[in-house]
Design a protein around this ligand. Structure first.
Ligand code: FAD
Length: 440
């Protein structure tokens, strides 16, 4: 058994943990990060990066097809094997060796293994005891949640990991859940040759986003050939022998079969079995944090990223990592200014959905005095170069949402925003049209 002292110990080297480690090290502190799997976390190997690698090729082809002149150059279909090979490159064949030089260059220590908090400022990783002089940061992330559906566990369902790292495209894929992961993976697999059935328990996909956006994504999925069924719940699952057909029984009396079943109904926060119970915190739940990401009642303990449940998004986890690091470095006013469910977010389907702040319904529910204006994002000169039939939730709108984020976070009033004139011909002219529609 060995004991090692340092300034800060971090549990988990996903994007949140890594960013915090880098900022703390840049601030002159000695940091040790514990990782039980791969440095880079869920995001790099099984979530954001591979999912976008699976989505992007078909979207690039579709984009060319929409543009007369380029469309004529598209003569074939997407090559699924080449897409999977490129995905493997993006996830470095599930090898984190390329991440290690960065840690070394910053002087950040890495201990491989499962970390458990053993008491105040004390973290055990196997035989190693890490003692933190200043703080411990929990950044353990999340995993796919598996609902208690009869027979599901025995049917070898896919979670996001199996879907994003699959070596073959199944002929038939059933997807349970029409949230972000469900719609992204349904579109990706349909574009790669699978016949996808997407089952959503509510009346529409993407229940947390604007209804018009959800409708456009639902329409796009159906047009691509996805069998999208709403208001339907799975009541039982059974697989026919090892590797055989999987059948999902539905509460409407029907059933649907596939070669694989992807469960995308939410995330399980990895906060169990890491010693939180002994600190009086509830295991398996979001770790409570104040605006400095500090855990109330434990001034030495911080929680950042998915594990605190504030906003399960990589960029928000990294933002929290920067704030926690600054607070530990002694900047007492380092705290979250804008985040949580209002965070900027992008769904990388075609069309993309990019949003920041409240939906109209959520704003009304919160009692805000709101007025809504709608304009088409393709209805400007810049939009014309992206081809025909581009809707507001359109191609590459992900890049446009940051303008709104800046306006919101900077509290920019509309009569001031009016003077931020977008260049011609860019798609940012949508902001001019929005303000015209508002009457400015
Ligand atoms: C399919 C999919 C696609 C997504 N796409 C996007 C996207 O496009 N954009 C976006 O912003 N977000 C996306 N997300 C969400 C994003 O992946 C997460 O918000 C992000 O990974 C959270 O980062 P994190 O550092 O908190 O946790 P993680 O990335 O989960 O990393 C946590 C790390 O901690 C390690 N760990 C856990 N417990 C221990 C322990 N006890 N000891 C040591 N190590 C431990 C884990 O092994 C892991 O490496 C997606 C999620 C999914 C599932």
């Amino acid at each position: 058994m060995s004991e090692r002292e340092c300034d800060v110990v971090i549990l988990g080297a996903g994007p949140a943990g890594e960013v915090a480690a880098g900022r703390l090290a840049a601030g002159g502190l000695e940091v040790v990060i514990a990782e039980q799997e791969l440095v880079g976390g869920e995001c790099s190997y099984w979530a954001c990066m591979p999912s976008k690698a699976l989505l992007r090729p078909a979207q690039a082809v579709d984009e060319a097809r929409r543009l007369p002149g380029a469309a004529e150059a598209v003569t074939g279909t997407v090559d699924a094997a080449a897409v999977l090979a490129r995905r493997d490159e993006i996830v470095h064949d599930l090898d984190d060796a390329s991440q290690l030089p960065w840690l070394e260059s910053k002087g950040i220590g890495l201990v491989r293994g499962t970390a458990v908090i053993e008491g105040e400022r004390r973290v055990r990783v196997g035989e190693d005891l890490l003692v933190a002089r200043r703080a411990v940061i929990v950044a353990t992330g999340s995993a796919a949640a598996m609902p208690p559906i009869d027979g599901l566990a025995d049917a070898k369902p896919w979670g996001n990991r199996e879907a994003t790292t699959t070596k073959t495209i199944p002929d038939r894929l059933v997807v349970l859940g029409g949230g972000v992961v469900g719609v992204e993976m349904a579109q990706a697999f349909q574009s790669l040759g699978a016949q996808v059935t997407l089952l959503e328990g509510g009346p529409r996909v993407l229940s947390r986003e604007e209804e018009f956006a959800a409708e456009q994504v639902g329409d796009a999925l159906r047009e691509a050939g996805v069998d999208l069924r709403t208001n339907v719940k799975a009541t039982a699952v059974a697989r026919d022998g090892d590797g055989g057909t999987v059948t999902v029984t539905l509460d409407d009396g029907g059933s649907v079969s596939g070669d694989e079943l992807l469960v995308a109904v939410g995330r399980r926060l990895l906060t169990s079995d890491i010693g939180l119970g002994a600190l009086g915190l509830e295991e398996g739940k979001a770790i409570p944090t104040d605006l400095h990401l500090c855990v109330p009642g434990h001034d030495w303990l911080y929680a950042i990223g998915d594990c605190n449940g504030r906003a399960l998004l990589t960029h928000q986890g990294k933002y929290q990592g920067r704030i926690a690091a600054d607070h530990i470095l002694g900047h007492g006013n380092a705290s979250i200014v804008y985040g949580g469910p209002l965070s900027p977010r992008v769904i990388f389907t075609e069309p993309q959905v990019a949003a920041v702040g409240y939906t109209l319904a959520a704003a009304q529910e919160a009692g805000l005095d709101v007025r809504c204006v709608d304009v088409g994002s393709g209805a400007n000169a810049g939009g014309a170069f992206y081809g025909r039939n581009v809707a507001f939730t359109g191609v590459d709108v992900a890049e446009q949402i940051h303008a709104a984020t800046i306006a919101i976070v900077g509290d920019v009033p509309l009569d001031r925003l009016w003077h931020a004139v977008p260049s011609f011909p860019t798609r940012s002219e949508v902001w001019l049209h929005l303000m015209e529609a508002y009457g400015l």
